[in-house]
Design a protein around this ligand. Structure first.
Ligand SMILES: Nc1ncnc2c1ncn2[C@@H]1O[C@H](COP(=O)(O)OP(=O)(O)O)[C@@H](O)[C@H]1O
Ligand SMILES: [Mg+2]
Length: 359
C-alpha cells in the first residue's frame, strides 16, 4: 500500500501544495511550526476520516478560508484509489454578502461520496508520534485510542459498533442525568442498555483479539513484552449492579469506554513479569512502545494483506541511538514518511526522497 501524491488546499498553514512521495522513504524536513505534523495529519485523515489532534474539525481549515480539501492518490496491489476529504464551516460566501449553507464534511472515494464508516479503512497507516511515547505511562484514553485506530482500520463492523456505542453512551448519560434531576422513569434506560451491551460486546471481543495477537508476537531486541487487557465488561448484570451509582453520578460506569491495558515485561531469567509502567526503566518503556508499534504494523498486514504506510512524526529527537536504529530498520520495510526538524537524524539513510518545507 502506498500514497503516491497528496494535494492540500487550505489545510491549516498549507494553502495549496502538492506532495509526491517515494515508494520507500520520504523525509519531510522543516523547522518547528513549518507544518510537518499538519501534512501527516492530512494523510491520517485520509485513512481514518478524522484527525488525531483537532478538537473540532473546523480548526483544520486555514484561518483565511471557508473550505479545505485533502486529496490523495493511493496505490493498492492492482488498483489506484483517489480519496478526498472536504471540510467547510457550514456556510460558503457566495458574494454580495450572501452565505449559502453547505455540508460540513464530505468524504469521497473515486469522486463518489461515502459515509465515514465506508470511507475509513481503505488506506492503511501506522502513525507514530511523540504522544505515542506516553503509551506505557500515560492515561487510559491514550491506550483506548490506540486500540480504536488499529481496529477501525481493519474492520468495518468495529467502526460501526464504535460510532453506535459512543452515540448511545452520550444518550444514556443524558438520560441518567434526567432520571436523577427530574425523576424520570428508569424503564427508558433499557433501550440504551441493550444497544451498549450489543456494541460493547463486539468492541471488547475485537480488542481481546488484538491483545491476544500481540501476546503471540515475537520479542524485540531480546526483550519480551505482554499486554494485559483490563476489560470493563458490560452486561445486564453489571449495569444492574451499578445502577444506583450510575444514577447518582449521571454517567455510565462500565463498558469499553472504561477499558485499559497494561504492558508487562518478562524478565528473562526467572520468567516473572513486571508492570512496565511501574517497574520498567525509561529505556525498557520505550522498547515496549517500539514493540507495540511493530505489532500494529504486522497486525494490520495480517488482517488485510496490505502493508500499511508508516508515518513517523518527529520521533527521532526523542529516541536514543539504539531505539533509532530499530525504527530506521523498520522504515525500510514499507513506504515510510518521516518528519524531522534536524537533518542529522536522517544522514544514515540512503535512497530517500526529501521534501524541504522551506525551499
Ligand atoms: N487553521 C489554521 N490555519 C492556518 N495555520 C494553522 C492552522 N492551524 C494550525 N496552523 C499553523 O500550523 C503551524 C503548526 O504546524 P505543525 O504541522 O504543527 O508544525 P511542525 O510539525 O512542523 O512543528 C503553526 O504555525 C500554526 O499556526
Ligand atoms: Mg510537529
Amino acid at each position: 500500500m502506498e500514497i503516491q501524491k497528496l494535494k492540500l488546499s487550505n489545510f491549516r498553514n498549507q494553502k495549496t501544495k502538492l506532495f509526491i512521495f517515494s515508494s520507500n522513504i520520504t523525509v519531510i524536513l522543516g523547522p518547528n511550526t513549518s507544518g510537518k505534523t499538519n501534512i501527516l495529519e492530512a494523510i491520517y485523515f485520509l485513512s481514518l476520516g478524522k484527525s488525531f489532534r483537532a478538537r473540532v474539525e473546523e480548526e483544520m481549515i486555514n484561518y483565511n478560508s471557508d473550505l479545505l480539501k485533502i486529496k490523495g492518490r493511493i496505490k493498492l496491489d492492482a488498483e489506484r484509489v483517489d480519496l478526498e476529504a472536504v471540510l467547510t464551516r457550514g456556510t460558503i460566501d457566495i458574494g454580495a454578502k450572501r452565505l449559502e449553507k453547505v455540508q460540513r464534511k464530505k468524504l469521497l472515494v473515486n469522486g463518489i461520496s461515502k459515509r465515514l464508516i465506508d470511507f475509513a479503512g481503505r488506506f492503511k497507516i501506522v502513525f507514530f508520534g511523540p504522544e505515542d511515547l506516553e503509551l506505557v505511562t500515560g492515561t487510559p484514553t491514550l491506550r483506548r485510542r490506540f486500540l480504536d485506530s488499529v481496529l477501525s482500520q481493519v474492520d468495518r463492523e468495529y467502526r460501526r459498533a464504535l460510532l453506535s456505542y459512543e452515540k448511545g453512551l452520550r444518550q444514556r448519560n443524558k438520560l441518567l442525568s434526567r432520571i436523577r434531576e427530574e425523576g424520570l422513569s428508569r424503564s427508558q434506560l433499557l433501550f440504551w442498555d441493550r444497544l451498549l451491551i450489543k456494541n460493547g460486546d463486539y468492541i471488547s471481543t475485537k480488542r481481546t483479539e488484538f491483545i491476544e495477537y500481540a501476546n503471540k508476537s515475537s520479542s524485540i531486541n531480546e526483550m519480551e513484552f505482554k499486554l494485559l487487557y483490563d476489560k470493563s465488561a458490560i452486561s445486564e448484570a453489571r449495569l444492574e449492579q451499578y445502577s444506583e451509582e450510575e444514577i447518582s453520578a449521571a454517567t455510565t460506569l462500565v463498558g469499553p469506554h472504561r477499558d485499559d491495558f497494561i504492558f508487562k515485561v518478562i524478565s528473562d531469567g526467572n520468567k516473572i513479569d513486571r508492570d512496565l509502567s511501574r517497574f520498567g526503566s525509561r529505556g525498557e518503556q520505550r522498547m515496549g512502545i517500539l514493540w507495540l508499534k511493530m505489532v500494529e504494523l504486522s497486525f494490520i498486514e495480517a488482517k488485510t494483506n496490505e502493508k500499511p504506510v508508516l508515518l513517523l512524526d518527529d520521533i527521532f529527537s526523542e529516541l536514543d541511538r539504539k531505539h533509532r536504529k530499530i525504527v530506521m530498520d523498520v522504515s525500510k520495510k514499507q513506504q515510510t514518511i518521516i518528519t524531522t526538524a534536524d537533518k542529522h537524524f536522517i544522514e544514515g539513510l540512503k535512497k530517500i526522497e526529501k521534501i524541504n518545507l522551506l525551499s
